[in-house]
Design a protein around this ligand. Structure first.
Ligand code: CMC
Length: 430
């Protein structure tokens, strides 16, 4: 017998049997599609706390248990054995690649790793001190102008080509944001380097000096990118899906995702963490900041703590915390006093009842900023790094949505609480 939940309108006595859908894992989902047509009602769920907006086979996370799976593979195993590029393939295609598939994938990305020379002129329109995220939003959106008329989003081949273009070009756009801010010449992509080496080369090489990426930095950045690659239906991914549901240009959809990611409640948190640690300045000041975070009359929150879904340790945070310690041990001559502040802040917060009761654990962004700082990536670039890593997640979710038999434009409803109908009063009579 099929599982249902009955919703009854006590006022009219009318009832609706709603099917209960079960996925591979996770809470069962009540299908309410007919709620309006049968009972004339909508559901009300601000912040989408209990609303499943789509079916997805890409990523699963269990916030109570602290589990994160990509295409069924635990994040811990991917972090230990895989690479960012292999994960890109997995997210896009659903399976890990064979050696040949992987080589073909790399070769395809290498064919796409140039941007039109004219695109470089867009950067010139931005002031030298423009926030790199504002530049990234603009230049990613501008990619849509190069791939619009000829791009048929209903053609599966065009769609996968779009995904490859996004993965191949985002490192270029991101590195150029940094080069613009320091006034250095843009560096072209190199196909002889790995994905991460190439990105670091575009960031840090200059015509007057050779640059050899430090293998320790390459490994740490690859890990960081794995941990940020996808995270199911978060705010930026949902933005990409919503924009995509209107059949908007996919590069513009990715730009919309970047807009959302910039918010400090989302990807902007990694930058906010470092700014907060700088403001704390000394371990002795931590209690005062903890008190502020607990004060309901103070809008201050401990950046890098808490998560909408994880009510247990964020599994990515566990991995990155360990990597953070290892990196600081391995990188010679690195002295990050803020790491000491971060560790003490973490210790105090984890023992404090306010944080324990609300299940506020350090999230991935609490540590990612420290790793990026150790890699000499400037603070204002942190959210760009997040966007670069997440772009594969966005485009994989877009691909999945475009292929979904339930595909239709997203159109949330509302609970209207404004004025009742009233007569217009001319301005001289008001
Ligand atoms: N510091 C102090 N109190 C907090 C914090 C924090 N970081 N986060 C939540 N709370 C309190 C909040 O005041 C509320 O208390 P009360 O029940 O007494 O009113 C309670 O915890 C629940 O908070 P909420 O705002 O209902 O939780 P949410 O699920 O809507 O928000 C969040 C999740 C991540 C936006 C929030 O925890 C936050 O603002 N954290 C700091 C920013 C941050 O680190 N963001 C990165 C998220 S991970 C990266 C990503 O996926 O984007």
């Amino acid at each position: 017998m099929s599982e249902t939940v009955t919703i009854t309108d006590n006022k009219t006595g009318k009832s609706l049997e709603c099917p209960v859908l079960r996925g591979t894992y996770g809470a069962p989902v009540i299908e309410t599609k007919k709620l309006y047509s049968e009972l004339g009602m909508f559901t009300f769920d601000p912040g989408f706390v209990t609303t499943a907006a789509c079916r997805s086979a890409i990523t699963y996370l269990d916030g109570e248990e602290g589990i994160l799976l990509h295409r069924g593979y635990p994040i811990e195993q991917l972090a230990e054995h895989s690479s960012y590029l292999e994960l890109c393939y997995l997210l896009l295609h659903g399976e890990l690649p064979t050696q040949t598939e992987f080589e073909n994938f790399r070769a395809e990305l290498n064919r796409r790793n140039l941007v039109h020379e004219h695109l470089e002129r867009f950067y010139a329109g931005y002031r030298y001190d423009a926030h790199p995220m504002s530049i990234l939003i603009g230049v990613t959106g501008a990619l849509s102008s190069y791939y619009h008329e000829a791009l048929d989003i209903n053609d599966p081949e065009d769609r996968i080509l779009t995904a490859h273009r996004v993965i191949a070009k985002m490192p270029i756009l991101a590195a150029h944001c940094y080069k613009h801010s320091v006034g250095h010449p843009f560096v072209y992509s190199r196909s002889d380097l790995t994905y991460v080496e190439n990105f670091l080369n575009m960031m840090f090489s200059v015509p007057c000096r050779d640059f050899t990426p430090n293998p320790v930095a390459v490994k740490a950045l690859d890990l960081l990118m794995i941990l940020h690659a996808d995270h199911e239906q978060n705010a930026s991914t949902s933005t990409v899906r919503l924009a995509g549901s209107a059949e908007a240009n996919p590069f513009a959809c990715v730009a919309a995702g970047i807009v959302t990611l910039w918010g400090r409640a989302h990807g902007g948190a990694n930058e906010a963490v470092i700014r907060m640690l700088e403001e704390i300045d000394d371990v002795k000041n931590i209690p005062q900041f903890i008190d502020r975070a607990k004060d309901k009359d103070d809008p201050f929150r401990l950046m890098g703590f808490g998560h909408r879904v994880y009510k247990n340790f964020d599994p990515r945070a566990k991995i990155i915390r360990k990597a953070c310690h290892e990196l600081l041990d391995e990188l010679e001559g690195i002295d990050l006093p803020m790491f000491e502040i971060a560790m003490e802040l973490e210790r105090i917060a984890l023992e404090d009842n306010y944080f324990i009761e609300r299940k506020l654990y350090p999230n991935v962004d609490f540590y990612s900023g420290i790793i990026l700082k150790a890699l000499n990536i400037p603070t204002s670039m942190y959210t760009v790094m997040f966007a670069l890593s997440r772009s594969v997640g966005w485009i994989s979710q877009w691909l999945e949505m475009m292929d979904d038999p339930d595909f239709r434009i997203g159109r949330p409803r509302q609970l209207y609480v404004g004025s009742e109908t009233r007569e217009y009063v001319p301005i001289d009579k008001r």
